[in-house]
Design a binder for this molecule. Structure first.
Ligand code: PBG
Length: 323
């Protein structure tokens, strides 16, 4: 008989044997930015999460930095009247995100800014690329994603994060960035991004629900065992610096296998809006003990192999519960 209980005798002994720990630097905190001034707009399906205008964002980022979080991920939310077929507001040189990056960098030069590169928040049809006969056209979307990433890079983004799931998007962006060798912007590829119902609350937050159909012709089918790993390999070959598995909790197997196959590549996982909403709702109903389930879920993501976790819980965790 092996006496495993010797590892669990009391808190000090358990702490000694624990080999997975969470640090503020493991977290990437997502932000929704909207046009305007002075507003903080709560997102009903994501209690505790808001949309900020560039000025109120500055204040909130101050607190984020003070908590020790030095990496943020930006999403732009624009008025419906500014959306068009091509998502032009996404790749203009004075887009909402371009202006936001500049404001943030001026005030917090050490902040690491990652930007989401996708058209769905900017197209009037809500799809992630250009439409052709009611289908999302891969190759004509690529230059637009490349231009969007390039504008973010010029403004000072540290990472661009293509999330449209177009084939070849990383290569298109890498080539465009390489045209200006002084740019040091890296690529965090949303490599294994599944067509997930767990994105529901995000689409309310970002007003990016597709006006028809779904995203299953470009985001991954979760009924596949190996495609996620093939997507990661392809992105790395195309020039991605960091890779991502998304969502997180239902895809721990993919995180683990991805990390095993590419141990030297930073692995990011995204605990998405639906995962957050699910834990929040259960906590609000007093069905679950929130700090404990949040801790357990974040540790699980890290134990699976994630080096960094994008989570809406990052601030709350560090502020209230990190012992
Ligand atoms: C943009 C994008 C989405 C998310 C991140 N980037 C929405 C989607 O693909 O529908 C989801 C993030 C979340 O649910 O928290 N394409």
């Amino acid at each position: 008989m092996k006496r495993f209980r010797q590892y669990r005798t009391n808190a000090a002994v358990r702490d000694k044997y624990a080999d997975i720990h969470l640090n503020a630097q493991d977290f990437i905190y997502p932000y929704f930015v909207e046009e305007g001034e002075g507003n903080v707009t709560p997102i009903p399906t994501m209690p505790g999460i808001n949309r900020y205008t560039p000025d109120t964002l500055l204040d909130d980022v101050k607190e984020t930095l003070e908590l020790g979080i030095n990496k943020i991920l930006l999403f732009g939310v624009i008025p419906t009247s500014e959306k068009d077929e091509q998502g032009s507001a996404a790749y203009s040189d004075h887009s909402l995100i371009v202006r936001t990056i500049k404001t943030l960098k001026e005030k917090y030069p050490a902040l690491i800014i990652i930007t989401d590169v996708c058209l769905c928040e900017y197209t009037n049809h809500g799809h992630c690329g250009l439409l052709h006969d009611h289908d999302v056209d891969n190759d004509t979307t690529l230059p637009l994603l490349a231009e969007m990433a390039y504008q973010h890079a010029l403004a000072g983004a540290d990472f661009v994060a293509p999330s449209a799931m177009m084939d070849g998007q990383v290569e298109a962006i890498r080539k465009k960035l390489n045209e200006t060798p002084s740019l040091k912007t890296k690529i965090l590829a949303y490599s294994a991004k599944y067509a997930s119902a767990f994105y529901g609350p995000f689409r309310d937050a970002a007003e990016s629900t597709p006006s028809f159909g779904d995203r299953k012709s470009y985001q991954m089918d979760f009924r596949t065992r190996n495609q996620g790993l093939e997507e990661i390999a392809a992105d790395l070959e195309e020039g991605a610096d960091w890779t991502m598995v998304k969502p997180a909790m239902p895809y721990l197997d993919i995180i683990a296998r991805g990390k095993e196959q590419f141990p030297d590549i930073p692995m990011v996982s995204y605990q998405v809006s639906g995962e957050y909403a699910m834990l929040k709702a259960a906590a609000q109903a007093q069905f679950l003990d929130e700090p404990r389930v949040v801790y357990e879920s974040l540790i699980a993501i890290k134990r699976a192999g994630a080096d960094y976790i994008i989570t809406y819980y990052a601030k709350e965790w560090l502020k209230k519960w990190n012992q």
